[in-house]
Design a protein around this ligand. Structure first.
Ligand code: SF4
Length: 388
């Protein structure tokens, strides 16, 4: 797989493309067999979950130790060996490490923090379904993830095994969707829905596909980033039965664009899945235009469309990740016009209190006088457009 040849493919990716996607080093797992390393079950079973294990992978700082002790009761630490191996063992500010290892900022609840900033629980007619918009719902099928991202907006329930969806809840959610004929689009989220077995996902997707009013569904998953081994041939063959299937994933930094991630996206894309990326703007990780442009270029090479840049939510204990809105606008200013339009995602704030996604753009409309509209382009040159 890592040599660019995938059995079910009719084409071979050119070496000059592949060399831009390095294979992850195996760090302390260098003696693990290929069979185990490439098994998502092995990766799940060998996740780094405590300080002793973590201390073997990176040189822990005092701050990281204290942050782990202070946060573990509230939000688990869990890092797949694959993702842990991407961390710089000597740099506490490594963008991979910042996403996976607790920092003291997590213990601070800022006055503007909210437990449920998007009011997802308020608009929950039955447990497991958020129904806010007329024609679509958010459907939670599990609260487990391969890795627990330190900036997670759903920390209030993700990683808490007591709040995971049981079979009855799943069936009640499906019954709600079946009864509401106005729903045409289902966003299956979590936790990470790929934490479910293939059989369980097949049951969920098959049940939805049997409902005549359901036109499409989207799977929201970070597995291509944190556990690309999960995207097996069996998994993509199961998805093929349920098209159209859309996958929204969540790459935040170019370092996450490895050969393993490339192959995972390729398997999905070859199976006809349309993949989009939803990056979150995170201080110290991706809050500069150069990083975002590199990430988006790599994503397009991986057949993933950059879709959203989210302003970081007001969830509790993640204020150390938040940036200003001006930083987000500056990133868009440095993308639009300077690179392919396909590499320019929508920059949005998911409005606190459940107001939905609000797009933000730099100001390109200079003035409007009568029928004369003055615009400026990405080079700040001005142009006039006359309305009819
Ligand atoms: S994968 Fe998504 S739901 Fe899971 S911890 Fe990360 S951000 Fe939260």
């Amino acid at each position: 797989m890592a040599d660019g040849k995938v059995e079910h493919n009719s084409y071979e990716v050119k070496p000059h493309i592949l060399e831009r996607f390095p294979v992850a080093s195996r760090s302390i797992w260098k003696d693990v067999s290929d069979k185990d390393w490439n098994s998502w079950i092995w990766q799940q079973q060998n996740r780094v979950k405590n300080l002793e294990q973590l201390g073997k992978v990176i040189n822990l700082t005092d701050e990281e130790r204290k942050a782990y002790e202070g946060s573990v009761e509230m939000f688990n630490m869990s890092i797949t060996p694959y993702y842990a191996a991407l961390m710089d063992p000597n740099d506490p500010n490594c963008p991979i490490r910042l996403q996976a290892v607790p920092k003291l900022g997590e213990l601070y609840i800022s006055p503007t923090d909210m437990e449920d900033p998007l009011a997802e629980e308020r608009d929950m007619p039955v447990p497991g379904i958020t129904h806010r918009y007329p024609d679509r719902v958010l459907f939670y099928t599990t609260h487990n993830c391969a890795m627990y991202c330190r900036f997670c907006t759903r920390k209030r329930k993700v990683s808490d095994p007591g709040s995971a969806a049981q079979t009855k809840q799943l069936d009640d959610s499906l019954a709600y969707i079946r009864a509401h004929k106005e729903i045409r689009d289902v966003v299956i989220s979590g936790g990470d829905p790929l934490s479910n077995s293939d059989d369980r996902l097949d049951y969920i997707l098959g049940s939805l596909r049997d409902m005549p009013h359901i036109e499409m569904f989207r799977l929201g998953t970070r597995n291509m980033v944190t556990l690309p081994q999960r995207i097996t041939d069996d998994f993509v063959n199961m998805l093929r039965k349920h098209h159209p299937v859309f996958v929204n994933t969540h790459f935040n930094h170019p370092k996450e664009c490895t050969r393993e991630a490339f192959d995972a996206c390729r398997r999905l894309a070859d199976a006809g899945v349309v993949i989009s990326n939803q990056m979150v703007l995170l201080k110290g990780i991706n809050n500069d235009p150069k990083t975002v442009m590199e990430l988006n270029h790599k994503l397009l090479m991986m057949r993933v469309r950059p879709y959203y840049i989210y302003q970081c939510d007001l969830s509790q204990g993640i204020s150390h990740f938040r940036t200003t809105v001006d930083e987000g606008l500056n990133i868009i200013e440095h993308l639009r016009g300077w690179t392919s339009g396909l590499a320019v995602p929508h920059y949005v704030i998911d409005a606190p209190g459940g107001g939905g996604k609000i797009p933000l753009l730099p100001q390109y409309l200079v003035k409007k006088e009568g029928k004369k509209v003055t615009l400026r382009n990405f080079r700040k040159q001005q142009f006039e457009y006359n309305e009819p």
